[in-house]
Write a protein that binds this ligand. Sequence first.
Ligand code: NAP
Ligand code: ZN
Length: 396
Amino acid sequence: MCTRCDNPAHLPTDESATGHTRRAVVAGSAALASTALLPSTASAQANGIPAVGYAVDALNAPLKPFSFTRRNLRADDILIDIQFAGICHSDIHTVNGDWGALAYKMVPGHEILGRVAAVGSSVSRFKVGDYAGVGCLVDSCGRCEYCRKGMEPYCEQGATFTYNSKDRYGANTQGGYANRIVVKDSFAIRISERANMAATTPLLCAGITTFSPMEHWKVEKGQKVGLVGMGGLGHVAVKLFKDRGADVTVFTTSPGKVADARRFGASEAVLWSDKAAFGRMKRQFDYILSTVPQPFDVNPFLELLTIDGTMTTVGVFAPLTPGVNGANLVQGRRALTGSWIGGIAETQAVIDHCVERGITADVEIIPITRVNEAYKRVVSKDVRYRYVIDMSTLRA
Ligand code: NAP
Ligand code: ZN
């Protein structure tokens, strides 16, 4: 036990350190099988904490096993033994180089859930054995206007993302397709023991990214809303729309998803090819959310918005082609907007809300060895509806 804070979860590891808050602290619990994997505290101090995961080492190369180190715990860090990691289309955009250069080798993964295996000396929000999650962000400046408002993705100095990002000490971040992660406790999300862990994991990105714009644009009971692109994010969005009492229509390119759309709570599902339905539905929708990952023609969807209606896109980080017809905005006083993930407090809020309301993602749980096949199936819209990697298959 730590002699300075009396917290049984703290084990002092460096008696020569001058201050409690400066010491890296690694704690274990006999109750956790995973703690057997923790390195001795001495080697942790010298070399960082050994980790294994799956990484890419070149553009268009498959993910392969990779050994690396996580940083030793700072006072405000926690160590999580990862149990599940979701596969987001953003992981695929990133490894494909769609969003710029990569720092190789690079471990993707920003839907991460597991159990706390160690806590730093100043951590009070978590104790060893708690369930904890990590989403898309692991740090931000904490001082700018947007961080102070809980809008960390929009940090004026740039947020630190969970992978392929430089952290505030100059190291490259590595994501959750791995057996463990070290994260600042204020960027970790508390997960209730009551949660369905695998099916809650995708909510750490897919949940918050769809919940945040619904909150911002005040989607409410009785509104008519549309969801375009029913994949990992989209199917969660249907459930969240329905949960707040909106009347949901799904617009899909996949005939095989029509029945599922209804099961998730949509009152109607329309194929993009159904021009008659588009004609019939003009000027009806208060709000439309698109999760489509590739450039597409937004104009047919803008025409569905009522006067003052809003369409938000969270996919497509590239020029929308063909362009937006200004008449579709002007003649309906309509807005076309975007939204980026959501803040940490809001992520905690959506996770708590979903656990309370029994909202989960529909997941296909796979071993890590199937990750490359899974990437191909996500791109071909052949996943129902989120792949979640069982990280125990990495340890085996
Ligand atoms: P996903 O599981 O692949 O789902 C995307 C869905 O869009 C597909 O299931 C499909 O739905 C539709 N779609 C796919 N390709 C299409 C195409 N070429 N044309 C028309 N429709 C197409 O992806 P996801 O993980 O949900 O992510 C969706 C997008 O959001 C990605 O671009 C991702 O990078 C982005 N994202 C953004 C944020 C943010 O903060 N803004 C956060 C996370 C993810 P149907 O079969 O129903 O047509
Ligand atoms: Zn994501």
